[in-house]
Design a protein around this ligand. Sequence first.
Ligand SMILES: O=P(O)(O)OC[C@@H](O)[C@@H](O)c1c[nH]c2ccccc12
Length: 257
Amino acid sequence: MTILDTIIERKKEEIAAARSNISIDQLKNTQFFERKTYSLKESVKNKSGIIAEFKRQSPSKGIINDQVSPLEVTFAYENFGASGISILTDKDFFGGDFNDILSVRNSITIPILRKDFMIDEYQFYEAKNMGADVILLIASCLSPDQVQEFTELAHELKMEVLLEIHTEEELKHFNPKIDLVGINNRNLKDFKVDLQHSVQLKNLLPKGVVSVAESGIYHLDDFNYLKEKGFDGFLMGEYFMRNTDPAKAFEEFSSQI
Ligand SMILES: O=P(O)(O)OC[C@@H](O)[C@@H](O)c1c[nH]c2ccccc12
């Protein structure tokens, strides 16, 4: 049983409990279903390209930073040029919370990615309800048909899709409606990070697909290497969050690119 299997098992229990609390119809009754949404596909191309993440902890690193508020950090991320914000909403393994997106939504005017393990249509209505603009589909926990189906549902709810892959095999999960493809430099099964692997995989993507390098970007050299290899976006969390002042870490990093 890999950590991903454990997370998915727990996720199924969480969704069942949430469904018995709030129905999809109840989730639909909020102002967020009408609001203007922001495009990550567009914003990665005309800003820094950095999708800056708010993440308190992770299975591979334990507690990273649980002393700062989502609002102070994400507001600074936007202020210093982030193209988008990624917020972990998984509670048990990443210390996230649905309110983390809700609490910043009205102050943030760049795309917000709901970073979670999306396996059930219910979660898409939750994502819309909390004000997310983009959702993540992780190829290793979905079939290509599910990716197709969830992409259509996300688009119906006016949200973009970031498809995350890690192997050549998972390229078959791609379909032309996908808005962005993320390549996770970290293997979610053993947490090993390999930037070269991602560059090779990126070269196999269909022409014109907006690509995002995810995880394990710990130095300016890593960023510059991936940028030079043609990635459009860069998903970075720990590099900023492990600093006692993530906003300052982001400001310093973004001033050098
Ligand atoms: O903290 P890092 O190494 O900069 O990684 C950020 C982000 O890529 C990572 O949190 C992530 C990428 N894909 C995920 C899927 C689920 C949970 C987390 C992730």
